[in-house]
Design a protein around this ligand. Sequence first.
Ligand code: NAP
Length: 292
Amino acid sequence: MVEKIGFIGLGIMGEPMAANILKAGHALMVYNRTPEKTGILADKGALTASSPAELAAWADIIILMLTGPEATDAVLYSANGILSVNTAGKTLVNMSTVSPEYTTTIARCLTPGDITFIDAPVSGSKKPATDGTLIILAGGPRHAVSALEPLLLTMGRKVVYCGEAGQGSAMKMTVNLLLGVMIAGLAETVNLARRLHLDTDLVLDTILAGPLGCPIFNLKKDMLRQDDYPVQFPLKHMTKDLRFVLQTADAAGAAVPATHAAFQLYRQGVGLGNGDLDFAAVQKSLAALNDR
Ligand code: NAP
């Protein structure tokens, strides 16, 4: 049987991920709250749905790539939502970044033996999404994740099995904790360097040439150099993710003081109006805190 794939959420990440599913030859239907965004995929051959319910009635596998819990609740539970139709035998895959607690709540709300639920958030931003090289962090029944692996590998280069539903989201918390703290650290380094009248290029090149050099710093170096932050991963989404990390760590009794500090900087970035810039714009939060 040829499986029919439904994809909901055609934002920065979802649009290229869905395009890769289509490119691999799958039958694809897409839905997006703002319908205009379905045009690119429709031109490439995807079917379009006018509601999550229409998509869920058609698809065997339903993939979500949405902002967070509020968006996920809207497409699952609204009058025209996924769960308004018969989902028996279908698989729901949430690739959005949400907290493990939210993921386990969804898993509990779904009828066991009816719909199979997998959480599969991703590590990697717009370019890996476009290149199909994301790292996919999957939680759910092991046999269901294994069965889904060929589909997931149309979007990524590796599927990491993390455990039961919720553990993919838990893994994502650990990854984004490090990502948020690392980029806040790099921005802080640049902030100090500027106050010391060091050449920013020289500082970044020195860091990248030594043991601290790494792909993510390399990816953000031009943004920091030019103080220009074209969005790949919006700062408002990093703020959301670190909020989930803090809630998750608190519930687990884990000390995460560096994350607390980083969160305040990203949060301030949203307040400064930088939420839609790339998250490397956390540099602007630091600049705003400097002595005049
Ligand atoms: P995005 O560009 O902001 O897209 C968000 C998507 O969610 C859009 O399709 C949006 O629809 C939809 N949405 C938001 N609120 C909704 C609602 N109430 N009802 C229905 N749909 C709603 O975000 P993104 O960067 O693609 O990120 C998607 C997810 O992946 C997030 O959880 C993010 O944290 C995670 N992530 C992002 C990156 C990255 O580098 N960007 C990397 C890894 C993981 P509209 O088009 O109508 O607004």
